[in-house]
Design a protein around this ligand. Sequence first.
Ligand code: BTN
Length: 237
Amino acid sequence: MELLTYSNIASTQDTARQIALDGHLLPFAIIADTQSKGRGRRGKSWDSPPGGLWLTLALPVPSAEAVRQSAMVAAHAVASVVLTETGIRTLVKWPNDLLVKRRKICGILTETLVQSGTTTLLIGIGINVNNVVPPDQLPRATSLIRELGNSIDLQHLCASILNTVERDMNMLILRGFETFRPWMDANLALRDELVMVEFNDQRESGRVAGLSRTGALLLKVPDGSLKEVDAGSVYDW
Ligand code: BTN
């Protein structure tokens, strides 16, 4: 895969979108040392100082279902690499945040670009690696350096993550989400906890009960029934 690296850009998502629009061969990855307008989900900004890993992978994707599942698959890839490289276990706050001891260490933003019938998937991954996350400003975030007590090789981590995300996405496309479901279910954060889920301007609260066959979140709602949520954001109390 071709890697395009920058010292500072507004957002790797925006650069990847522009380069894909210009017809660049897929897959490719955009990596930046810092971003001046890093974007999170739901229009939030994303702090991207030096020392973190800020990248976007652009690759073709065959179906809307694979787009929806790709965020979880990317979370699986990052969690596997982080565990192998550092020994740190992260849990997935459905669908795509990675937490260490309830603090966010990685955020994933998936977007698409549709051009003459073909869909390009842009998987944006932000990981707090060697950047210090000030606890007074970001009490619900952490970084690998803080958890480990030492810095790690950013380039090596980046290469492993790109390879693993690409491998896992190929696996999703060939074999389907069923390959990832047992891992996702076993590594789900906030299990049995009361959460509020926001989706399509609606809110639903309930306890995290697990994942459906296709990767939807199963919520046990107050009347005791299970509700499947396909896409949304989870807030714990
Ligand atoms: C979230 O948790 O809200 C998602 C955060 C995604 C951040 C990454 S950093 C690399 C890529 N470029 C961006 O502007 N955002 C994503």
